[in-house]
Design a protein around this ligand. Structure first.
Ligand SMILES: Nc1ncnc2c1ncn2[C@@H]1O[C@H](COP(=O)(O)OP(=O)(O)OP(=O)(O)O)[C@@H](O)[C@H]1O
Length: 607
Protein backbone atom coordinates (compact mmCIF):
# COMPACT_ATOMS: atom_id res chain seq x y z
CA UNK A 1 0.00 0.00 0.00
CA UNK A 2 1.23 3.42 -0.88
CA UNK A 3 2.07 5.43 2.24
CA UNK A 4 0.12 8.37 0.89
CA UNK A 5 -2.92 6.16 0.84
CA UNK A 6 -2.50 5.82 4.56
CA UNK A 7 -2.25 9.54 4.98
CA UNK A 8 -5.32 9.95 2.83
CA UNK A 9 -7.32 7.36 4.68
CA UNK A 10 -6.24 8.64 8.02
CA UNK A 11 -6.99 12.21 7.18
CA UNK A 12 -10.41 11.29 5.88
CA UNK A 13 -11.10 9.70 9.22
CA UNK A 14 -10.40 13.02 10.87
CA UNK A 15 -12.11 15.65 8.76
CA UNK A 16 -12.49 14.46 5.27
CA UNK A 17 -11.50 17.10 2.74
CA UNK A 18 -14.35 18.10 0.44
CA UNK A 19 -14.40 16.12 -2.79
CA UNK A 20 -13.79 19.19 -4.94
CA UNK A 21 -10.92 20.61 -2.88
CA UNK A 22 -7.30 20.76 -4.02
CA UNK A 23 -6.35 18.54 -1.13
CA UNK A 24 -8.77 15.82 -2.21
CA UNK A 25 -7.57 16.08 -5.80
CA UNK A 26 -3.99 15.94 -4.63
CA UNK A 27 -4.63 12.94 -2.45
CA UNK A 28 -6.43 11.13 -5.21
CA UNK A 29 -3.50 11.74 -7.48
CA UNK A 30 -1.11 10.50 -4.88
CA UNK A 31 -3.07 7.23 -4.61
CA UNK A 32 -2.23 6.54 -8.22
CA UNK A 33 1.26 7.96 -8.40
CA UNK A 34 3.99 6.84 -6.09
CA UNK A 35 5.55 9.90 -4.41
CA UNK A 36 9.08 10.73 -5.42
CA UNK A 37 11.64 12.02 -3.00
CA UNK A 38 9.43 12.04 0.08
CA UNK A 39 10.16 11.00 3.56
CA UNK A 40 8.09 7.92 2.96
CA UNK A 41 10.18 6.66 0.12
CA UNK A 42 12.43 4.78 2.51
CA UNK A 43 9.57 2.93 4.08
CA UNK A 44 8.76 -0.60 3.16
CA UNK A 45 5.39 -0.71 1.44
CA UNK A 46 4.94 -4.19 2.78
CA UNK A 47 5.33 -3.29 6.41
CA UNK A 48 3.01 -0.36 5.95
CA UNK A 49 0.27 -2.42 4.46
CA UNK A 50 0.78 -4.96 7.23
CA UNK A 51 0.47 -2.33 9.92
CA UNK A 52 -2.38 -0.28 8.52
CA UNK A 53 -4.48 -2.44 6.25
CA UNK A 54 -6.95 -2.84 9.10
CA UNK A 55 -7.73 0.83 9.44
CA UNK A 56 -11.35 1.53 8.87
CA UNK A 57 -13.76 4.34 9.49
CA UNK A 58 -15.07 2.79 12.71
CA UNK A 59 -11.73 2.34 14.37
CA UNK A 60 -11.52 3.57 17.91
CA UNK A 61 -9.21 6.43 18.79
CA UNK A 62 -7.05 4.08 20.84
CA UNK A 63 -6.43 1.66 18.04
CA UNK A 64 -5.87 4.56 15.69
CA UNK A 65 -3.23 6.02 18.01
CA UNK A 66 -1.60 2.60 18.20
CA UNK A 67 -1.55 2.37 14.44
CA UNK A 68 -0.03 5.79 14.11
CA UNK A 69 2.56 4.98 16.75
CA UNK A 70 3.52 1.90 14.80
CA UNK A 71 3.64 3.95 11.66
CA UNK A 72 5.87 6.51 13.29
CA UNK A 73 8.06 3.79 14.75
CA UNK A 74 8.66 2.45 11.27
CA UNK A 75 9.95 5.86 10.10
CA UNK A 76 13.70 6.36 10.67
CA UNK A 77 14.34 8.59 13.73
CA UNK A 78 14.14 12.14 12.51
CA UNK A 79 15.08 14.70 15.14
CA UNK A 80 14.62 18.34 14.46
CA UNK A 81 17.73 20.50 14.51
CA UNK A 82 17.54 24.21 13.80
CA UNK A 83 19.31 24.92 10.54
CA UNK A 84 21.20 27.84 11.92
CA UNK A 85 22.90 25.46 14.34
CA UNK A 86 23.83 22.87 11.76
CA UNK A 87 27.27 24.36 11.19
CA UNK A 88 28.01 24.54 14.87
CA UNK A 89 27.13 20.89 15.12
CA UNK A 90 29.60 20.06 12.37
CA UNK A 91 27.14 18.08 10.34
CA UNK A 92 29.05 17.62 7.12
CA UNK A 93 26.21 16.80 4.81
CA UNK A 94 23.42 19.31 4.39
CA UNK A 95 20.95 16.58 3.59
CA UNK A 96 21.46 14.99 6.97
CA UNK A 97 20.83 18.17 8.88
CA UNK A 98 17.77 16.68 10.50
CA UNK A 99 19.64 13.63 11.74
CA UNK A 100 21.05 15.12 14.88
CA UNK A 101 24.18 13.86 16.56
CA UNK A 102 22.80 13.42 20.08
CA UNK A 103 26.24 13.68 21.65
CA UNK A 104 26.42 17.37 20.72
CA UNK A 105 24.43 19.71 22.95
CA UNK A 106 22.70 22.60 21.23
CA UNK A 107 24.12 25.88 22.46
CA UNK A 108 21.84 28.78 21.86
CA UNK A 109 21.68 32.04 23.77
CA UNK A 110 18.20 33.18 24.59
CA UNK A 111 17.07 36.72 25.33
CA UNK A 112 13.68 38.17 26.03
CA UNK A 113 13.05 41.58 24.50
CA UNK A 114 9.66 43.14 25.12
CA UNK A 115 8.09 39.74 25.62
CA UNK A 116 9.58 38.18 22.49
CA UNK A 117 12.23 35.52 22.93
CA UNK A 118 15.17 35.73 20.56
CA UNK A 119 17.58 32.81 20.11
CA UNK A 120 21.15 33.54 19.13
CA UNK A 121 23.61 30.99 17.83
CA UNK A 122 26.98 30.91 19.61
CA UNK A 123 29.36 33.51 18.21
CA UNK A 124 32.65 32.66 16.63
CA UNK A 125 34.75 33.16 19.76
CA UNK A 126 32.38 31.00 21.73
CA UNK A 127 31.39 33.68 24.22
CA UNK A 128 27.76 33.01 23.44
CA UNK A 129 26.76 36.61 24.15
CA UNK A 130 24.21 38.41 22.04
CA UNK A 131 25.06 41.70 20.45
CA UNK A 132 23.70 44.10 23.04
CA UNK A 133 22.89 46.69 20.42
CA UNK A 134 19.21 45.87 20.01
CA UNK A 135 17.64 48.46 17.76
CA UNK A 136 15.80 50.85 19.97
CA UNK A 137 12.83 52.03 18.04
CA UNK A 138 10.88 54.88 19.62
CA UNK A 139 7.85 54.50 17.42
CA UNK A 140 6.91 51.05 18.61
CA UNK A 141 7.72 49.11 15.45
CA UNK A 142 8.87 45.52 15.81
CA UNK A 143 12.24 45.46 17.52
CA UNK A 144 14.84 43.88 15.34
CA UNK A 145 18.06 42.47 16.62
CA UNK A 146 21.15 43.86 14.93
CA UNK A 147 22.94 40.54 15.42
CA UNK A 148 24.98 39.79 12.32
CA UNK A 149 23.18 36.91 10.72
CA UNK A 150 22.64 35.69 7.19
CA UNK A 151 19.29 37.49 7.25
CA UNK A 152 20.68 40.91 8.17
CA UNK A 153 21.15 41.46 4.44
CA UNK A 154 17.39 41.19 4.06
CA UNK A 155 16.68 44.50 5.75
CA UNK A 156 17.57 48.12 5.19
CA UNK A 157 20.81 49.23 6.83
CA UNK A 158 20.36 50.22 10.46
CA UNK A 159 21.30 53.89 10.06
CA UNK A 160 19.04 54.33 7.06
CA UNK A 161 16.18 52.57 8.80
CA UNK A 162 16.65 54.70 11.90
CA UNK A 163 16.64 57.92 9.82
CA UNK A 164 13.53 56.91 7.94
CA UNK A 165 11.70 55.81 11.08
CA UNK A 166 12.61 59.11 12.70
CA UNK A 167 11.30 61.03 9.69
CA UNK A 168 8.12 58.97 9.66
CA UNK A 169 7.66 59.61 13.37
CA UNK A 170 8.03 63.37 12.76
CA UNK A 171 5.56 63.19 9.88
CA UNK A 172 2.86 61.65 12.04
CA UNK A 173 3.49 63.45 15.35
CA UNK A 174 0.39 65.22 16.60
CA UNK A 175 0.32 68.40 18.66
CA UNK A 176 -0.46 68.55 22.36
CA UNK A 177 -3.82 70.31 22.48
CA UNK A 178 -3.00 71.79 25.93
CA UNK A 179 0.11 73.40 24.53
CA UNK A 180 -1.56 74.51 21.29
CA UNK A 181 -5.18 75.25 22.18
CA UNK A 182 -5.64 77.71 19.31
CA UNK A 183 -4.58 75.47 16.46
CA UNK A 184 -7.39 75.23 13.89
CA UNK A 185 -8.59 71.75 12.93
CA UNK A 186 -8.64 72.64 9.27
CA UNK A 187 -6.96 75.29 7.20
CA UNK A 188 -8.98 75.21 3.98
CA UNK A 189 -8.01 71.89 2.33
CA UNK A 190 -5.49 70.98 5.01
CA UNK A 191 -5.92 69.22 8.34
CA UNK A 192 -3.68 67.71 11.03
CA UNK A 193 -1.96 71.06 11.55
CA UNK A 194 1.23 70.79 13.61
CA UNK A 195 3.58 73.70 14.51
CA UNK A 196 7.16 73.46 13.23
CA UNK A 197 8.68 76.69 14.54
CA UNK A 198 11.44 76.04 16.98
CA UNK A 199 10.16 76.60 20.54
CA UNK A 200 6.81 77.52 19.05
CA UNK A 201 7.74 81.18 18.61
CA UNK A 202 6.55 83.01 15.56
CA UNK A 203 9.29 84.80 13.68
CA UNK A 204 9.22 87.83 11.43
CA UNK A 205 9.71 88.46 7.75
CA UNK A 206 9.92 92.20 7.15
CA UNK A 207 7.20 93.59 9.44
CA UNK A 208 5.02 90.46 9.27
CA UNK A 209 4.83 87.84 11.98
CA UNK A 210 5.13 84.35 10.52
CA UNK A 211 4.55 80.79 11.69
CA UNK A 212 5.34 77.44 10.11
CA UNK A 213 3.22 74.28 10.31
CA UNK A 214 3.20 70.78 8.99
CA UNK A 215 -0.24 69.77 7.66
CA UNK A 216 -1.92 67.05 5.59
CA UNK A 217 -3.65 67.75 2.32
CA UNK A 218 -7.18 66.38 2.79
CA UNK A 219 -7.57 65.58 -0.91
CA UNK A 220 -4.28 63.84 -1.59
CA UNK A 221 -3.14 62.77 1.89
CA UNK A 222 0.24 64.37 1.21
CA UNK A 223 2.16 66.00 4.04
CA UNK A 224 3.07 69.60 3.37
CA UNK A 225 4.48 72.64 5.05
CA UNK A 226 2.35 75.75 5.58
CA UNK A 227 4.13 79.09 5.95
CA UNK A 228 1.65 81.50 7.50
CA UNK A 229 2.00 85.25 7.21
CA UNK A 230 -0.15 86.73 9.98
CA UNK A 231 -2.52 89.66 9.42
CA UNK A 232 -2.07 90.04 5.70
CA UNK A 233 -4.60 92.50 4.32
CA UNK A 234 -4.08 92.57 0.56
CA UNK A 235 -5.43 90.54 -2.31
CA UNK A 236 -3.13 88.21 -4.19
CA UNK A 237 -4.89 87.95 -7.53
CA UNK A 238 -2.31 90.12 -9.27
CA UNK A 239 0.42 87.71 -8.21
CA UNK A 240 -1.17 84.71 -9.93
CA UNK A 241 1.29 84.63 -12.89
CA UNK A 242 4.23 84.94 -10.50
CA UNK A 243 2.89 82.20 -8.23
CA UNK A 244 2.32 79.94 -11.23
CA UNK A 245 5.88 80.55 -12.41
CA UNK A 246 7.25 79.58 -8.98
CA UNK A 247 5.02 76.49 -8.79
CA UNK A 248 6.54 75.25 -12.04
CA UNK A 249 10.05 75.18 -10.58
CA UNK A 250 10.70 71.60 -9.61
CA UNK A 251 14.33 71.27 -8.55
CA UNK A 252 16.13 68.92 -6.16
CA UNK A 253 17.54 71.89 -4.23
CA UNK A 254 14.40 73.99 -3.93
CA UNK A 255 11.45 73.39 -1.61
CA UNK A 256 8.65 73.33 -4.13
CA UNK A 257 5.82 75.82 -3.84
CA UNK A 258 2.44 74.07 -4.17
CA UNK A 259 -0.16 76.73 -3.48
CA UNK A 260 -0.82 80.19 -2.07
CA UNK A 261 -4.12 81.30 -0.52
CA UNK A 262 -5.65 83.58 2.09
CA UNK A 263 -7.54 82.08 5.02
CA UNK A 264 -9.45 83.15 8.09
CA UNK A 265 -8.87 79.79 9.83
CA UNK A 266 -6.52 81.43 12.35
CA UNK A 267 -9.09 84.12 13.24
CA UNK A 268 -7.26 86.73 11.22
CA UNK A 269 -6.57 87.18 7.55
CA UNK A 270 -3.52 84.99 7.02
CA UNK A 271 -1.59 84.47 3.83
CA UNK A 272 -0.60 80.81 3.49
CA UNK A 273 2.20 79.47 1.31
CA UNK A 274 2.02 75.70 0.87
CA UNK A 275 5.39 73.99 0.33
CA UNK A 276 6.58 70.42 0.10
CA UNK A 277 7.33 68.95 3.51
CA UNK A 278 10.82 67.55 4.13
CA UNK A 279 10.84 65.95 7.59
CA UNK A 280 13.84 66.26 9.86
CA UNK A 281 15.17 69.37 8.15
CA UNK A 282 16.80 72.28 9.86
CA UNK A 283 18.13 75.56 8.56
CA UNK A 284 21.83 76.00 7.73
CA UNK A 285 21.85 78.62 10.45
CA UNK A 286 20.63 76.17 13.09
CA UNK A 287 23.03 73.50 11.95
CA UNK A 288 26.22 75.49 11.70
CA UNK A 289 26.01 78.47 14.03
CA UNK A 290 25.93 78.39 17.76
CA UNK A 291 23.09 80.10 19.52
CA UNK A 292 25.31 82.85 20.96
CA UNK A 293 25.28 84.51 17.60
CA UNK A 294 22.28 86.58 16.69
CA UNK A 295 20.08 84.31 14.61
CA UNK A 296 18.43 86.69 12.22
CA UNK A 297 20.68 88.23 9.62
CA UNK A 298 24.39 88.89 9.59
CA UNK A 299 24.78 91.09 12.65
CA UNK A 300 27.71 91.71 14.94
CA UNK A 301 26.72 90.35 18.34
CA UNK A 302 29.40 92.40 20.05
CA UNK A 303 28.10 95.74 18.95
CA UNK A 304 25.01 97.62 20.02
CA UNK A 305 25.16 99.25 16.58
CA UNK A 306 25.89 96.60 13.97
CA UNK A 307 26.68 99.29 11.40
CA UNK A 308 29.38 100.88 13.50
CA UNK A 309 32.82 100.35 11.96
CA UNK A 310 35.03 98.07 14.03
CA UNK A 311 38.80 98.21 14.27
CA UNK A 312 40.50 95.55 12.12
CA UNK A 313 42.00 93.69 15.07
CA UNK A 314 38.67 93.54 16.90
CA UNK A 315 36.87 92.10 13.87
CA UNK A 316 39.65 89.67 13.07
CA UNK A 317 39.76 88.38 16.63
CA UNK A 318 36.00 88.02 16.79
CA UNK A 319 35.92 86.03 13.54
CA UNK A 320 38.80 83.85 14.71
CA UNK A 321 36.97 83.28 17.96
CA UNK A 322 33.81 82.21 16.10
CA UNK A 323 35.84 79.98 13.78
CA UNK A 324 37.42 78.39 16.80
CA UNK A 325 34.22 77.86 18.77
CA UNK A 326 32.11 76.67 15.81
CA UNK A 327 34.89 74.61 14.18
CA UNK A 328 35.87 74.72 10.52
CA UNK A 329 33.76 73.04 7.88
CA UNK A 330 35.64 70.80 5.49
CA UNK A 331 36.40 72.13 2.02
CA UNK A 332 34.34 69.25 0.59
CA UNK A 333 31.32 70.36 2.59
CA UNK A 334 31.70 73.91 1.30
CA UNK A 335 31.92 72.71 -2.30
CA UNK A 336 28.96 70.40 -1.73
CA UNK A 337 26.90 73.36 -0.55
CA UNK A 338 28.18 75.66 -3.31
CA UNK A 339 27.31 73.18 -6.04
CA UNK A 340 23.80 72.51 -4.74
CA UNK A 341 22.93 76.16 -4.21
CA UNK A 342 24.36 77.21 -7.55
CA UNK A 343 22.14 74.54 -9.17
CA UNK A 344 19.09 75.97 -7.41
CA UNK A 345 19.93 79.56 -8.37
CA UNK A 346 20.58 78.51 -11.94
CA UNK A 347 17.06 77.02 -12.10
CA UNK A 348 15.50 80.14 -10.56
CA UNK A 349 17.38 82.65 -12.69
CA UNK A 350 16.85 80.47 -15.76
CA UNK A 351 13.10 80.78 -15.22
CA UNK A 352 13.31 84.55 -15.23
CA UNK A 353 12.84 84.81 -11.47
CA UNK A 354 14.97 85.99 -8.57
CA UNK A 355 15.09 84.49 -5.11
CA UNK A 356 15.51 87.68 -3.08
CA UNK A 357 16.87 87.43 0.43
CA UNK A 358 18.99 84.26 0.28
CA UNK A 359 20.41 83.73 3.78
CA UNK A 360 21.35 80.90 6.11
CA UNK A 361 17.90 80.47 7.64
CA UNK A 362 16.26 80.23 4.22
CA UNK A 363 18.20 77.11 3.34
CA UNK A 364 16.94 73.82 4.73
CA UNK A 365 19.41 71.03 5.24
CA UNK A 366 18.42 67.34 5.50
CA UNK A 367 20.77 64.45 6.27
CA UNK A 368 23.39 63.99 8.91
CA UNK A 369 26.67 63.95 7.07
CA UNK A 370 27.69 67.43 5.94
CA UNK A 371 29.34 66.02 2.85
CA UNK A 372 26.14 64.20 1.89
CA UNK A 373 23.63 66.73 3.20
CA UNK A 374 20.86 67.83 0.88
CA UNK A 375 20.22 71.56 0.73
CA UNK A 376 16.91 73.06 -0.33
CA UNK A 377 16.15 76.73 -0.69
CA UNK A 378 12.99 77.43 1.28
CA UNK A 379 10.20 79.99 1.18
CA UNK A 380 10.45 80.94 -2.48
CA UNK A 381 7.94 83.58 -3.69
CA UNK A 382 7.35 84.89 -0.16
CA UNK A 383 9.49 88.02 -0.59
CA UNK A 384 7.98 88.81 -3.99
CA UNK A 385 4.52 89.05 -2.49
CA UNK A 386 5.42 90.66 0.82
CA UNK A 387 7.54 93.36 -0.80
CA UNK A 388 4.65 94.09 -3.12
CA UNK A 389 6.87 95.30 -5.96
CA UNK A 390 5.98 93.28 -9.01
CA UNK A 391 9.33 93.15 -10.68
CA UNK A 392 9.82 94.30 -14.22
CA UNK A 393 12.40 92.37 -16.23
CA UNK A 394 15.02 95.10 -15.56
CA UNK A 395 14.51 94.93 -11.84
CA UNK A 396 14.67 91.14 -11.92
CA UNK A 397 18.16 91.39 -13.39
CA UNK A 398 19.10 93.61 -10.46
CA UNK A 399 17.58 91.17 -7.95
CA UNK A 400 19.47 88.29 -9.56
CA UNK A 401 22.72 90.21 -9.02
CA UNK A 402 21.70 90.59 -5.38
CA UNK A 403 21.07 86.85 -5.18
CA UNK A 404 24.65 86.22 -6.29
CA UNK A 405 26.01 88.62 -3.67
CA UNK A 406 23.87 86.94 -1.00
CA UNK A 407 25.18 83.58 -2.19
CA UNK A 408 28.77 84.80 -1.80
CA UNK A 409 28.03 86.10 1.69
CA UNK A 410 26.40 82.83 2.68
CA UNK A 411 29.46 80.83 1.60
CA UNK A 412 31.80 83.29 3.32
CA UNK A 413 29.83 83.09 6.57
CA UNK A 414 30.07 79.30 6.42
CA UNK A 415 33.79 79.38 5.61
CA UNK A 416 34.47 81.71 8.54
CA UNK A 417 31.77 80.10 10.71
CA UNK A 418 30.86 83.61 11.72
CA UNK A 419 27.94 85.89 10.98
CA UNK A 420 29.91 89.09 11.50
CA UNK A 421 32.32 87.92 8.79
CA UNK A 422 29.91 89.13 6.13
CA UNK A 423 29.28 92.58 7.47
CA UNK A 424 30.13 94.95 4.63
CA UNK A 425 33.16 96.39 6.50
CA UNK A 426 34.54 92.95 7.30
CA UNK A 427 34.44 91.32 3.88
CA UNK A 428 38.11 91.87 2.97
CA UNK A 429 39.31 90.69 6.38
CA UNK A 430 37.08 87.63 6.20
CA UNK A 431 38.27 86.65 2.73
CA UNK A 432 41.88 86.94 3.95
CA UNK A 433 41.09 84.80 6.95
CA UNK A 434 39.31 82.09 5.02
CA UNK A 435 42.21 81.88 2.55
CA UNK A 436 44.31 80.53 5.42
CA UNK A 437 42.19 77.41 5.67
CA UNK A 438 40.75 76.88 2.20
CA UNK A 439 41.96 76.53 -1.38
CA UNK A 440 42.35 79.42 -3.79
CA UNK A 441 39.56 77.96 -5.87
CA UNK A 442 36.88 78.41 -3.24
CA UNK A 443 38.25 81.81 -2.30
CA UNK A 444 38.10 82.91 -5.97
CA UNK A 445 34.55 81.67 -6.24
CA UNK A 446 33.50 83.75 -3.22
CA UNK A 447 35.45 86.77 -4.45
CA UNK A 448 33.72 86.52 -7.81
CA UNK A 449 30.31 86.36 -6.15
CA UNK A 450 31.10 89.39 -3.97
CA UNK A 451 32.66 91.47 -6.73
CA UNK A 452 31.04 94.56 -8.23
CA UNK A 453 31.20 93.31 -11.80
CA UNK A 454 28.11 92.01 -13.59
CA UNK A 455 27.97 88.31 -12.79
CA UNK A 456 26.03 85.34 -14.09
CA UNK A 457 25.22 82.08 -12.33
CA UNK A 458 26.41 79.99 -15.29
CA UNK A 459 29.90 81.45 -14.87
CA UNK A 460 30.28 79.45 -11.68
CA UNK A 461 30.45 76.18 -13.56
CA UNK A 462 34.07 76.51 -14.77
CA UNK A 463 35.06 77.45 -11.22
CA UNK A 464 33.43 74.33 -9.85
CA UNK A 465 35.12 72.30 -12.57
CA UNK A 466 35.80 68.62 -11.99
CA UNK A 467 34.35 68.80 -8.49
CA UNK A 468 31.02 68.56 -10.18
CA UNK A 469 31.91 65.03 -11.34
CA UNK A 470 32.83 64.05 -7.79
CA UNK A 471 29.47 65.30 -6.63
CA UNK A 472 27.66 63.50 -9.43
CA UNK A 473 29.54 60.31 -8.65
CA UNK A 474 28.63 60.53 -4.94
CA UNK A 475 24.98 61.20 -5.81
CA UNK A 476 24.84 58.24 -8.18
CA UNK A 477 26.53 55.93 -5.68
CA UNK A 478 24.05 57.02 -3.07
CA UNK A 479 21.19 56.41 -5.47
CA UNK A 480 22.56 52.89 -6.18
CA UNK A 481 22.67 52.10 -2.51
CA UNK A 482 19.13 53.40 -2.03
CA UNK A 483 17.93 51.25 -4.94
CA UNK A 484 19.59 48.28 -3.33
CA UNK A 485 17.80 48.97 -0.07
CA UNK A 486 14.56 49.49 -1.95
CA UNK A 487 14.82 46.14 -3.68
CA UNK A 488 15.26 44.45 -0.28
CA UNK A 489 12.18 46.17 1.04
CA UNK A 490 10.30 45.32 -2.14
CA UNK A 491 11.06 41.66 -1.47
CA UNK A 492 9.90 42.08 2.10
CA UNK A 493 6.70 43.70 0.82
CA UNK A 494 6.09 40.68 -1.39
CA UNK A 495 6.49 38.33 1.57
CA UNK A 496 4.33 40.61 3.69
CA UNK A 497 1.48 40.27 1.18
CA UNK A 498 1.77 36.48 1.42
CA UNK A 499 1.58 36.70 5.20
CA UNK A 500 -1.48 38.95 4.94
CA UNK A 501 -3.19 36.30 2.82
CA UNK A 502 -2.23 33.51 5.20
CA UNK A 503 -3.34 35.50 8.23
CA UNK A 504 -6.64 36.39 6.59
CA UNK A 505 -7.42 32.76 5.82
CA UNK A 506 -6.28 30.91 8.92
CA UNK A 507 -8.81 30.32 11.64
CA UNK A 508 -11.66 32.49 10.45
CA UNK A 509 -14.58 31.34 12.56
CA UNK A 510 -17.23 33.57 11.02
CA UNK A 511 -16.75 32.82 7.34
CA UNK A 512 -20.15 31.97 5.84
CA UNK A 513 -21.19 31.20 9.41
CA UNK A 514 -19.32 27.93 8.98
CA UNK A 515 -16.88 27.34 11.83
CA UNK A 516 -15.33 24.47 9.91
CA UNK A 517 -14.40 26.63 6.94
CA UNK A 518 -10.83 27.14 8.04
CA UNK A 519 -10.47 23.67 9.48
CA UNK A 520 -11.08 21.54 6.42
CA UNK A 521 -9.60 20.91 3.01
CA UNK A 522 -7.39 23.56 1.50
CA UNK A 523 -7.61 25.76 4.58
CA UNK A 524 -6.55 22.93 6.86
CA UNK A 525 -3.37 22.48 4.82
CA UNK A 526 -2.69 26.19 5.13
CA UNK A 527 -3.21 26.02 8.86
CA UNK A 528 -0.66 23.23 9.16
CA UNK A 529 1.62 25.20 6.87
CA UNK A 530 1.34 28.17 9.24
CA UNK A 531 2.55 25.92 12.06
CA UNK A 532 5.38 24.64 9.85
CA UNK A 533 6.33 28.23 9.12
CA UNK A 534 6.16 29.75 12.59
CA UNK A 535 5.54 27.26 15.34
CA UNK A 536 8.32 24.73 15.12
CA UNK A 537 10.11 23.77 18.29
CA UNK A 538 13.49 22.31 19.10
CA UNK A 539 13.67 18.81 20.43
CA UNK A 540 13.66 20.27 23.96
CA UNK A 541 10.36 21.90 23.16
CA UNK A 542 11.71 25.43 22.98
CA UNK A 543 10.43 27.72 20.20
CA UNK A 544 12.69 27.58 17.19
CA UNK A 545 13.06 30.99 15.61
CA UNK A 546 14.97 31.18 12.38
CA UNK A 547 14.22 34.04 10.05
CA UNK A 548 15.99 32.39 7.14
CA UNK A 549 13.66 29.36 7.43
CA UNK A 550 10.63 31.67 7.27
CA UNK A 551 11.97 33.70 4.37
CA UNK A 552 13.07 30.67 2.40
CA UNK A 553 9.76 28.87 2.97
CA UNK A 554 7.72 31.91 1.97
CA UNK A 555 9.83 32.37 -1.14
CA UNK A 556 9.20 28.78 -2.13
CA UNK A 557 5.49 29.28 -1.52
CA UNK A 558 5.45 32.42 -3.62
CA UNK A 559 7.28 30.81 -6.50
CA UNK A 560 5.10 27.67 -6.27
CA UNK A 561 8.13 25.42 -6.01
CA UNK A 562 7.71 21.70 -6.76
CA UNK A 563 9.58 20.86 -3.53
CA UNK A 564 7.52 18.95 -1.01
CA UNK A 565 7.27 19.33 2.76
CA UNK A 566 5.76 17.30 5.56
CA UNK A 567 3.01 19.02 7.50
CA UNK A 568 2.14 17.59 10.91
CA UNK A 569 -1.10 18.23 12.74
CA UNK A 570 -0.59 19.53 16.26
CA UNK A 571 -1.48 16.15 17.77
CA UNK A 572 0.85 14.62 15.20
CA UNK A 573 -1.90 12.25 14.10
CA UNK A 574 -2.09 13.68 10.62
CA UNK A 575 0.87 13.96 8.33
CA UNK A 576 0.55 15.51 4.91
CA UNK A 577 3.17 15.59 2.22
CA UNK A 578 2.46 18.54 -0.03
CA UNK A 579 4.32 20.61 -2.55
CA UNK A 580 4.61 24.38 -2.34
CA UNK A 581 2.82 24.45 -5.66
CA UNK A 582 -0.22 22.83 -4.04
CA UNK A 583 -0.02 25.17 -1.10
CA UNK A 584 0.17 28.17 -3.36
CA UNK A 585 -2.96 27.08 -5.20
CA UNK A 586 -4.73 26.56 -1.87
CA UNK A 587 -3.66 29.99 -0.71
CA UNK A 588 -4.78 31.79 -3.86
CA UNK A 589 -8.06 29.89 -4.02
CA UNK A 590 -8.95 30.45 -0.36
CA UNK A 591 -7.95 34.10 -0.41
CA UNK A 592 -9.92 34.83 -3.54
CA UNK A 593 -12.97 33.25 -1.86
CA UNK A 594 -12.59 35.64 1.06
CA UNK A 595 -11.84 38.58 -1.21
CA UNK A 596 -14.91 38.00 -3.36
CA UNK A 597 -17.21 37.78 -0.32
CA UNK A 598 -15.57 40.89 1.16
CA UNK A 599 -15.90 42.78 -2.12
CA UNK A 600 -19.53 41.80 -2.50
CA UNK A 601 -20.23 43.42 0.87
CA UNK A 602 -17.95 46.26 -0.05
CA UNK A 603 -16.30 45.87 3.33
CA UNK A 604 -12.65 45.16 2.73
CA UNK A 605 -10.34 45.93 -0.11
CA UNK A 606 -8.83 42.67 -1.24
CA UNK A 607 -5.36 43.95 -2.06
N1 LIG B 1 9.33 72.73 3.98
C1 LIG B 1 9.68 72.30 5.20
N2 LIG B 1 9.74 70.97 5.44
C2 LIG B 1 10.07 70.53 6.65
N3 LIG B 1 10.41 71.30 7.68
C3 LIG B 1 10.39 72.62 7.49
C4 LIG B 1 10.03 73.19 6.26
N4 LIG B 1 10.10 74.53 6.37
C5 LIG B 1 10.50 74.79 7.62
N5 LIG B 1 10.68 73.65 8.30
C6 LIG B 1 11.08 73.48 9.70
O1 LIG B 1 10.48 74.50 10.46
C7 LIG B 1 11.47 75.25 11.12
C8 LIG B 1 11.04 76.68 11.14
O2 LIG B 1 10.96 77.16 9.80
P1 LIG B 1 10.90 78.69 9.48
O3 LIG B 1 10.83 78.86 8.01
O4 LIG B 1 9.81 79.32 10.31
O5 LIG B 1 12.31 79.09 10.00
P2 LIG B 1 12.70 80.36 10.85
O6 LIG B 1 14.10 80.13 11.27
O7 LIG B 1 11.68 80.57 11.93
O8 LIG B 1 12.66 81.42 9.71
P3 LIG B 1 11.76 82.72 9.52
O9 LIG B 1 12.36 83.73 10.42
O10 LIG B 1 11.92 83.00 8.08
O11 LIG B 1 10.34 82.33 9.88
C9 LIG B 1 12.74 75.02 10.31
O12 LIG B 1 13.89 75.14 11.05
C10 LIG B 1 12.58 73.61 9.85
O13 LIG B 1 13.02 72.74 10.87
Amino acid sequence: MDPMALVTQYNLLQNGPPEESKLATYMKRQQNVSPQSTLFQSLSNQSLSKNYSNLDINQSNASMKKAVDKFQASIPVVDFVPRNLVNSLNIPDGSSMYAKDKSQPIQAYQKNVNGTTYFYPPDSNGTNQPNSNIFDDPSGYLSMSSVESPTSSLYAQDDMRRDLLHRNALSIASPDSDQWPDLPENVEDYHDVYPLDIHGHSSKILTYSTSTYRATNSKTGEKCCLKRIHSFHQTITKYTPLIEAWKKINHANIVQLKDVFITKAFNDSSLIFVFNYHPDSESLQTRHFNSNEILNGYNDPFSSDPNAPRPYSHTKNAILRHQHSNGLLSENTLWNYAIQLSGALRAIHGSGLALRGLCLNRVLVTGNLNTRARLRINCVAVMDILLNDMASSNIIGHFQQEDLTDFGKLLLALACRSLIAVHQDNLTTSIDLMARSYSNDIRNLIRYLLSNQRRHITELMPMIGARFYTQLDAAQNHSDSLENELSKEMENGRLFRLLVKLGSINERPEFNLDPAWSETGDRYMLKLFRDYLFHQVTEEGRPWLDMSHIVQTLNKLDSGSADTICLYSRDEKTILVVSYQELKQCLEQSFSEIASVAASDDLVKAE
